[in-house]
Design a protein around this ligand. Structure first.
Ligand SMILES: *Cc1c(COP(=O)(O)O)cnc(C)c1O
Length: 401
């Protein structure tokens, strides 16, 4: 892959008509090292945030040995890229064939579930095909539903068993495995560590009610990255609070603590160069949008950082909205995105922080979606890991219980 110093040199060198994805392996490596060195447990990368094999290799080299995969395609992809990685199939609704292939062919032992039906499916799909005997090495993980109220993107309604069902499901699951975990997801971009406190409190209630031995607690993803107007407290505070509440749970003395960051590991990995095709007042028609890497900008009004890449723009910043390239009216991003007032058609813009749920969202709808991929060596437009941030107080959540 070609390497350039920064977005400006890429725009000058290529004058690209299609968007260009700019990858920063050093930023992903730094994020991974931060997590593997500071999180007080095991770190799984949630592959759906960005399944690019190049990124997965960077994370592996930085010490991330476990991968949270959610589909059989992700199982195959990670297994092909990293033959020795530990894969954990953490989607609570899987097909029997996917479970069977993951277990029998790819060595996947860890599966999540949130219902008795799924438990039975897993047990059946992992039987010895000749003898019909049940697998003895399954590692099961019961997903409980927790609140998403502290997160920017909810994950509270789709998956997870309710507190009322959790104790019985834990008891039944315990009969089918020697290693039982509890997992949850507090929602993506959790803006305070308290998100994890409420989730661990629910976990405690479920375990106490079930009175079964628990070997692992998986606090899921939700660790934030940094975006305009979304500056989270230090990740160290999240880690400290999680550790403190984990230690107080009624679980096996040697129980493991896991987390599954997607966004926090991947966000700084990629940005993108887009081209302004037309200007209409304060609306810019650009060549990526709702069906591309800017999916979240269109669908949940996510504000990514932007920077004009031209040297001849003189005016002060104004607020712009974007239209994407497809013929769909919904291909619209309200922003606002602050760019020089004299920006015009033909100019290039770098959109930052697209490594998680950005580059991975591109589709070919309407014939758009091609993008060249290059490596750049400069800093991401925003970073939680470059040592530049002032320590801000974590709004007293440590003392709340
Ligand atoms: C999406 C997902 C993650 C990653 O979430 P982030 O908010 O990106 O950290 C982790 N675990 C599971 C089960 C997920 O579905």
């Amino acid at each position: 892959m070609l390497t350039y110093p920064n977005a400006k040199t890429v725009a000058r060198a290529l004058s690209p008509d299609e968007p260009v994805i700019l990858n920063r392996p050093h930023a992903a490596r730094r994020a991974a090292q931060f997590f593997t060195q500071k999180f007080p447990g095991k770190v799984l990368y949630a592959v759906k945030a960005n399944p690019a094999p190049d990124l997965i290799e960077v994370l592996w080299d930085a010490g991330v040995t476990h991968y949270d995969v959610a589909s059989i395609a992700e199982v195959r992809l990670v297994r092909q890229t990293l033959p020795d990685a530990d894969l954990c199939f953490m989607h609570p609704i899987k097909t029997p064939r996917a479970i069977s292939e993951a277990y029998h062919k790819h060595g996947v032992l860890t599966f999540s579930l949130d219902s008795v039906e799924e438990l039975e499916k897993i047990v059946d799909a992992c039987r010895d095909p000749e003898t019909g005997e049940a697998a003895e090495d399954l590692r099961l993980c019961v997903r409980i539903r927790v609140s998403s109220e502290y997160s920017e993107l909810s994950l509270a309604s789709k998956f997870g068993c309710d507190l009322i069902e959790a104790p019985e499901l834990l008891q039944i699951a315990r009969q089918h495995c020697d290693w039982l975990g509890v997992c949850f997801h507090v929602g993506s971009q959790a803006m305070t560590p308290f998100a994890f406190v409420q989730a661990l409190d629910r976990t405690r209630a479920a375990i106490a009610q079930a009175s079964v031995v628990i070997d692992m607690i998986d606090v899921g993803g939700g660790f934030p990255s940094i975006y305009p107007d979304m500056e989270p407290p230090p990740l160290e505070d999240y880690f400290a609070i999680i550790h403190q509440h984990f230690e107080a749970l009624p679980i096996a003395y040697n129980a493991e603590l896991w987390c599954e960051p997607g966004r926090a590991l991947a966000a700084e990995y990629s940005s993108m160069i887009v081209k302004v095709e037309r200007r209409r007042g304060t609306e810019l028609y650009i060549n990526d949008g709702a069906y591309g890497a800017l999916y979240d900008a269109a669908h949940v009004s996510w504000r990514f950082p932007v920077e004009a890449l031209e040297d001849d723009l003189r005016d002060a910043d104004e607020d712009f909205a974007f239209y994407g390239p497809t013929c769909d009216d919904a291909d619209y991003m309200a922003g606002p995105f602050a760019l020089p007032g004299d920006i015009q058609a033909g100019d290039y813009i770098e959109v930052g922080m697209l490594g998680a749920y950005g580059a991975a969202m591109k589709t070919g709808f309407n014939g758009f979606g091609d993008a060249e991929v290059v490596v750049v060596t400069d800093e991401p437009m925003m970073s939680l890991f470059d040592g530049s941030r002032q320590r801000v107080a974590s709004d007293n959540v440590v003392s709340l219980r």
